[in-house]
Design a protein around this ligand. Structure first.
Ligand code: ZN
Length: 260
């Protein structure tokens, strides 16, 4: 089974029906990450249409400033979410440094809740890699997916030692640095993502809308890079996701349906 462990399904607009159809046809297990509260509520509605879609609540670092004084509201939604994401820090693309303390406050609130409620987290780490690893250690959050890692190699190694999982996405098709990261992630921590529909558009600066089946391009690229086969990469990633959720108290139904 193909796994897309980080995707923004609520952003598909008119193409949502097509995207869901593709998810069903290709049997892609899909972790649908939220950007903020409205995004999460929309993902919950979308997930009613496919049991391959797992909607998760998070506040993206870009949106954190609007939520730093609404932690109570965040807390209510965390309770209803089986996993956490997208959360994180972004001190690179987010230029407005006045939001950084809000980003830190919101992220720490989520990490603490994830620890308390035993939920896995899906993290955006751009230029906050070391700080995020410190937080995971502080709260002993062991089940973490690092999405689209592009930071320094020494922190990558420290995250690997800690046991973080890494979703490699479509940039592996274009960037030498991402290829070197994709090679450095050990077999047992490798996951895949598309971060679509926007990832290709963002990378190629065009108006291309990334569809769910792009996950197959990622699998093929990983197979080539790691001198493996697409089938082997697919089953490796499936086994890894299965291990990530093996004792998850919130995902038993998903385990029984797709990963047993
Ligand atoms: Zn994302």
């Amino acid at each position: 089974m193909l796994i897309d462990a980080h995707v923004h399904l609520d952003k598909y607009g008119d193409l949502l029906d097509d995207a869901l159809k593709e998810i069903e046809t290709e049997q892609i297990f899909t972790v649908a990450t939220a950007m903020d509260v409205p995004s999460y509520l929309e993902l919950q509605r979308i997930a009613e249409r496919s049991n391959l879609v797992l909607p998760t609540f998070g506040i993206h670092p870009r949106r954190a400033a609007d939520y730093a004084n609404r932690l109570h509201e965040i807390g209510r939604h965390i309770e209803t979410s089986p996993a956490i994401g997208e959360i994180g820090l972004d001190f690179h693309w987010v230029k407005d440094a006045s939001t950084y303390s809000a980003q830190r406050k919101v992220l720490e609130y989520f990490i603490a809740a994830a620890a308390e409620q035993n939920k896995f987290v899906n993290l955006h780490t751009k230029a906050g890699e070391k700080e995020i690893l410190d937080l995971l250690e502080k709260y002993d959050v062991r089940r973490a997916i690092i999405h689209w890692y592009s930071g320094p190699m020494d922190i990558l190694r420290a995250m690997i030692d800690y046991g973080c999982y890494f979703t490699i996405g479509v940039e592996v098709l274009y960037s030498h640095y991402i290829k070197s990261i994709a090679k450095a992630v050990p077999d047992h921590l490798l996951l895949t993502e598309t971060d679509n529909p926007g990832a290709l558009r963002w990378l190629k600066k065009n108006d291309e809308i990334g569809m769910p089946a792009a996950i197959k391009d990622v699998v093929n690229a990983l197979a080539e890079l790691r001198q493996s086969t697409p089938d082997h990469v697919e089953s490796l990633v499936q086994a890894n996701f299965s291990r990530l959720i093996a004792d998850d108290p919130w995902l038993q139904k998903i385990r029984d349906s797709f990963f047993s």
